[in-house]
Design a protein around this ligand. Structure first.
Ligand code: SF4
Length: 253
């Protein structure tokens, strides 16, 4: 393969929501304090929409939330946690019974297997308690990096634990539209956001982007005019100026 083509093949794919003007790291660094201030005003108490009372419950709920909505998980977990209130109880559970309780969340066989294995891991290696580090959490079945960051940022926001910025589909899309990153890979998006956002905001920031992504910055038809971040968002500003430049068509009477 010629060198230029080999280099292009190695280059990571740019995200599909990145604005036409691209991502300028210096510009992103200048905009980030105003973006954060606007997010703090619009979404001052942003945290997960999953219902939980203990770190164990949040860990299980987060594993169940893969490929389904938080509302669906919230409808399934009360019965699950009544029957299996902690890691010790879930570790001893009959798999068929757990499958029945999580059936509505989709992929229920894999999810039931994952949460029972996760509970066994908690009991066998962590005394039945959820560990407070990303490194330890990701060793548990069903708990990838995003899960670890969600659990720790809700249960023990920095500096009480070492969580990073979790990256889900909303965080990635909104970050690209705000021209904070051009990356697609969640771990690269996480690293880039962590270079921009102060560590004291690593719990708030992704939860605020999720609310923005479920609100005006929805995937298909973002409502730029309703968005509290419009003034600092290259995608929104490009769309607004394109709309202004569009020739007005006069209606014939
Ligand atoms: S201005 Fe538009 S693209 Fe930018 S964050 Fe808001 S809704 Fe999303």
């Amino acid at each position: 393969m010629p060198t230029a083509r080999r280099k292009a093949a190695r280059r990571p794919k740019a995200g599909r929501f990145v604005p036409a003007s691209g991502v300028d790291a210096g510009g992103a660094r200048k905009r980030i304090p105003r973006i954060q201030a606007a997010l703090d005003r619009a979404y001052p108490k942003a945290r997960t929409a999953l219902h939980w009372r203990t770190p164990f419950e949040l860990l299980v709920a987060t594993i169940l939330s893969a490929q389904c909505t938080d509302d669906t998980v919230n409808r399934a977990t009360p019965a699950l946690f009544r029957r299996f209130p902690d890691a010790a109880a879930l570790a001893r559970a009959d798999l068929r019974e757990v499958e029945g309780l999580v059936r509505s969340t989709g992929f229920f066989r894999q999810k039931a297997k994952a949460i029972v294995a996760c509970a066994r891991g908690l009991v066998d290696r962590f005394g039945g308690e959820v560990p407070r580090s990303v490194e330890a959490l990701v060793t548990l079945p069903g708990a990838a990096r995003k899960t670890a960051n969600v659990v720790l940022s809700n249960c023990w926001p920095r500096p009480a634990s070492d969580h990073g910025i979790f990256v889900d589909t909303h965080v990635r899309r909104v970050s690209q539209r705000l021209a904070l990153t051009a990356e697609e890979d969640p771990e690269r998006v996480e690293q880039e956001l962590q270079r921009l956002v102060p560590a004291s905001k690593w719990a708030d920031f992704p939860h605020q982007l999720v609310l923005l992504g479920r609100g005006p910055c929805e995937a298909r038809k973002p409502r730029h005019a309703d968005c509290p971040l419009l003034r600092f968002c290259p995608t929104g500003l490009e769309a607004s100026s394109a709309a202004d430049d569009r020739p007005r068509v006069r209606r014939r009477r």
